[in-house]
Design a protein around this ligand. Structure first.
Ligand SMILES: Nc1ncnc2c1ncn2[C@@H]1O[C@H](COP(=O)(O)OP(=O)(O)OP(=O)(O)O)[C@@H](O)[C@H]1O
Length: 269
């Protein structure tokens, strides 16, 4: 099957922050294929190159070598079949929740009344019925994430790219959001690339977990199929014996890399 997203032998080098005459290879020879409808998480130590890979998939960063294919077509420029959610809020503070949700539709020149109707429906779907006229500063962190989720999904992207979208939330809100994402995803089954450093989150949500090595020259060192039944409740699934087994297997691979990653960051600090 043609992958929805294929990162093919991607390498990314940057001018080194320590010595500008040197280059730093963040990512090296990385191949990641995500099938249509597949939920794939990428985990790895801090600073290893997770966001770099996501930016390449988004078309925001041109790799130094390798190519990106979207449903078999080479990607050039911004990936217009993808929707994004990042760690930090991308909401516009001067726009109400509803106006934030429909911003992309307006950009696509959808007729205003139709956009508002769809926006209201999406606000309701993410549990924010009646909150459309609130501004981002009047919403809690969890509510702002829901607005951002609606803003991403309203455009009905074929691929969803998420970079630690819930890392700033408290654990309860985070688990609620994770369950909401899974529910929305299971209704439409889009390809998801989910970046996280939280192994529990990766296992509980995904069909597959890819482990990256510590940098420099980060590359995948493990690819685990998560054969836990769906639908899943991210809190409950953690007590499933198979979850514990998978966690042990993946952590075995990840642990060394996390330690190497910390050691490297300390050296570079
Ligand atoms: N534009 C850039 N210029 C120079 N170096 C960069 C640039 N972007 C990323 N890097 C370096 O590449 C490496 C990978 O960064 P990246 O942000 O992709 O890691 P990450 O795994 O997402 O980190 P974290 O887990 O902390 O979010 C880091 O060492 C970073 O300093």
């Amino acid at each position: 099957m043609t992958p929805a997203l294929l990162l093919d032998q991607i390498s990314c080098t940057f001018v080194s922050k320590e010595d500008r005459s040197q280059r730093y290879t963040a990512v090296s020879d990385t191949r990641i294929a995500i099938a249509p409808g597949e939920f794939v998480s990428v985990v790895g130590p801090t600073g290893c190159g997770k966001s770099t890979l996501l930016n390449v998939a988004a078309g925001l960063l041109q790799p130094s070598s390798g190519s990106v294919q979207i449903f078999g077509e080479p990607l050039s420029g911004i990936n217009r079949r993808a929707g994004y959610m990042f760690q930090s809020d991308a909401l516009m503070p001067w726009r109400s929740a509803l106006q934030n949700v429909i911003a992309g539709l307006q950009f696509r020149k959808m007729e205003e009344a139709a956009a508002v109707e769809l926006g209201e429906a999406w606000l309701a779907r993410v549990g924010l019925h009646g909150f459309g006229d609130r501004y981002p500063h009047q919403l809690s962190g969890g509510m702002r994430k829901r607005v951002a989720l609606a803003q991403t999904l309203i455009l009905d992207p074929d691929i969803i790219l998420m970079d630690e979208p819930f890392s700033a939330l408290d654990i309860q809100t985070r688990q609620l959001m994770e369950n909401e994402v899974l529910e929305l995803w299971s209704a439409k089954k889009k390809a998801v690339l989910f970046i996280t450093h939280d192994l529990d989150e990766a296992i509980s949500m995904s069909d597959r977990v890819i482990v990256l090595s510590a940098g420099p020259a980060t590359h995948p060192i493990g690819d685990f199929t998560i054969d836990l039944p769906r639908p899943r409740d991210v809190a409950e699934v953690r007590s499933n014996p198979r979850f514990v087994e998978l966690h042990t297997q993946i952590w075995d691979v990840l642990r060394e890399e996390v330690l190497r990653g910390y050691a490297q960051q300390k050296r570079r600090a």
